[in-house]
Design a protein around this ligand. Structure first.
Ligand SMILES: Cc1cc2nc3c(=O)[nH]c(=O)nc-3n(C[C@H](O)[C@H](O)[C@H](O)COP(=O)(O)OP(=O)(O)OC[C@H]3O[C@@H](n4cnc5c(N)ncnc54)[C@H](O)[C@@H]3O)c2cc1C
Length: 578
């Protein structure tokens, strides 16, 4: 009987994600009011808010620098509800409208999956009530939003009734992707997560938040097994174990689970180890350590549908090919401080007519130009009526099924579809001005191959995730058949619109183009104060969570992380502990 390889370590990470329970220590190495785990979009706002409320605060961060996925992000922040910019530009929005939007059961995507139906109403109410304040708070703490009308750019599952996207300006901080600041002329035009996280880092330091880099939380301390308050954390710092006491609260802002293969397979068993692209990697990993540590002291998970439902961008088509970390919109360039881990920048594909996509066996599986799942945003549904079943009746069904087709597998009894390869020829390279050499492509890592014949190309594709050799005759037959589609202008297998280019001129290339796990929208159960809740529905006092490690909320990205950090920081600082 065939079984899937049982992975034990986080994809792409040398650190084991396993978090143990730990005995409460007799003595503590540090003692503060509030401990925040993770210096990302949840963690830094939580830390600043708690510090400004009078608490002493330590942030522990596993990586060498702050920022998490947030610093690699596009910096598009959907914090509406009547923020200053919405008021300035005359956009009608309110907490009630945000709440109504994000709980509207009738909004479905073109493939029929609902965006908001399974959101936890308590969690959304808290978000709706604090969104505008959190947005204005960012401005007060140095974040510069582009001077423009809030819009829809970058917004996924952010509500249909008002434009809510704000965009963080790059300013003059070096970008993590390039190591360089943008040209001064673009400082207030180019928008990025760097423009969110560097000002917050500066604010945190200015108010006296202590940030401990390369301190990885490995366990939570609770007064008794499954009972009492959470009173601190255990961390690993370069192999040394330290314990930090939190008098008032511990806030988990560890950012989710995409990099932990075993954890993510609880939601979708197909997501085996070959899905190693991981948006936000290699700057920071999402290894589920926050969720696992909280579960070890009794916490519950929540809102699983939001992770498995086929909407939003938790699984995406790659934006680049020929490299491992291939989430769209992110290119790691040689100047980046993490380029040694990224290894290649990838080839940007503007037009998928230039390639065919084949599975491990060298077979096409879908229209290469097709997209991935979508998410609702402002005016995403025409003739929208709140709560009306006609919203669903009015959509035009579109499968949006590229990701599913890519993960369908080769019928060999395994979970996981295996690698997907973009195959193209010398003419595609010339047409698209691609550079099929390092540092664009990762030859040493096994994410890019070339050969003078298609048969040799197939035979060369040997790498860790290619479970079976690609039969050379399959690839030859696939390309020959596809070339006839170019002659006729009709893809009679998968309906690619007017196949444009033959694959005929050597050398031939195979570039990694496997789907990318991205968002986490299921995680720990929290209440309206972002307090973590156990399997009996009881609050675990002293433990908070926000962002991608928290469940019950399908919204993409930064807004919910910032807002939940803002809420958690306030409540943790206000705890009165006897
Ligand atoms: C390329 C990219 C583009 C994006 N663009 C957008 C966008 O334009 N708009 C939008 O809304 N969203 C965007 N997102 C999503 C957004 O960045 C995330 O949803 C958001 O950053 C999540 O915040 P978080 O606090 O949960 O996690 P993060 O911001 O990832 O922070 C988690 C932090 O915790 C640290 N950590 C993890 N485990 C431990 C541990 N055990 N001990 C100590 N520290 C730990 C991590 O190293 C990390 O620094 C994008 C994401 C990516 C990857």
């Amino acid at each position: 009987m065939k079984t899937d390889t049982p992975p034990t370590a986080a994809a792409g990470s040398a650190i084991s994600p396993t978090v143990q329970t730990a005995a409460v220590p007799g003595t503590w190495d540090w003692e503060v009011d509030v401990v925040v785990i993770g210096a990302g979009a949840t963690g830094l706002p939580a830390a600043i808010v708690a510090r400004e409320a009078g608490a002493s605060v330590i942030v522990v961060e596993a990586e060498k620098d702050i920022g998490g996925h947030a610093i690699t992000s596009g910096g598009n922040v959907a914090l509406g509800g009547g923020n200053q910019a919405q008021k300035k530009y005359g956009i009608e929005d309110s907490p009630d409208l945000v709440f109504r939007d994000l709980t509207d059961w009738s909004v479905v995507q073109p493939n029929g999956f609902p965006d908001y139906r399974y959101n936890d109403r308590e969690v959304i109410r808290a978000f709706a009530d604090h969104s505008a304040a959190a947005c204005d708070w960012l401005v007060e703490h140095g974040v510069v939003f582009a001077e423009q009308v809030p819009d829809t750019r970058g917004g996924i599952s952010v509500g249909n009734s008002a434009p809510r996207e704000m965009h963080c300006c790059a300013m003059d901080w070096p970008l993590v992707q390039t190591g360089q600041p943008v040209h001064p002329s673009l400082a207030t035009v180019f928008t990025t997560g760097n423009g969110l996280m560097r000002p917050l880092e500066a604010s945190a330091k200015a108010v006296g938040v202590q940030i401990l880099l390369e301190h990885r939380m490995t366990a939570l301390h609770r007064e008794a097994p499954g009972a009492g308050r959470v009173i601190g954390i255990q961390v690993n710092h370069h192999g040394t174990t330290l314990n930090i006491r939190a008098r008032k609260g511990v806030i988990i802002g560890t950012g989710g689970h995409t990099g932990n293969v075993n954890f993510r397979r609880m939601f979708d068993p197909r997501l085996t180890e070959e899905y190693c692209g991981l948006g936000g990697m290699p700057w920071s990993n999402q290894d589920a350590s926050g969720e696992i540590a909280a579960m070890a002291v009794g916490a519950s998970l929540w809102g699983f549908f939001n992770q498995t439902g086929e909407f939003g961008i938790h699984l995406t088509k790659p934006g680049t090919i020929g490299n491992q970390y291939n989430y769209r919109g992110v290119r790691w360039l040689p100047g980046s401080p993490v380029f040694d881990r990224a290894r290649a920048s990838g080839i940007v594909v503007q037009d998928w007519q230039n390639v065919i996509l084949v599975n491990m066996l060298g077979q096409r599986f879908y229209d290469e130009t097709a997209g991935h799942f979508t998410g609702n945003t402002y005016n995403g549904i025409k003739d929208y009526t709140y709560g009306s079943y006609l919203n669903a009746a009015n959509i035009t069904y579109k499968a949006n099924n590229w990701v599913n087709a890519a993960m369908a597998g080769i019928a060999d009894g395994h979970n996981g579809g295996g690698p997907i390869w973009a195959v193209f020829d010398a003419d595609a390279v010339q047409r698209s001005h691609w550079n099929p050499y390092p540092p664009e492509v990762d030859i040493d890592g096994g994410f890019f191959f070339s050969a003078n014949t298609l048969a040799d190309l197939a035979a060369k594709i040997i790498m860790q995730y290619q479970r079976v050799p690609m039969p050379p005759q399959n690839l030859e037959a696939t390309v020959a058949r596809y070339n006839t589609f170019v002659d006729t202008g009709i893809d009679s297998d998968f309906g690619k619109p007017s196949p444009a280019y033959k694959i005929a001129r050597a050398p031939f290339y195979a570039a990694w183009a496997t789907p990318v796990p991205h968002d986490c929208r299921a995680g720990l159960r929290i209440n309206q104060h972002c307090q973590v809740v156990d399997l009996n529905g009881q609050v675990i006092h002293g433990l908070y969570c926000g962002g991608e490690s928290a469940g019950g909320f399908s919204l993409h990205g930064l807004a919910r992380a910032v807002c939940q950090g803002y809420i958690a920081g306030q409540h943790a600082a206000a705890e009165h502990v006897g």
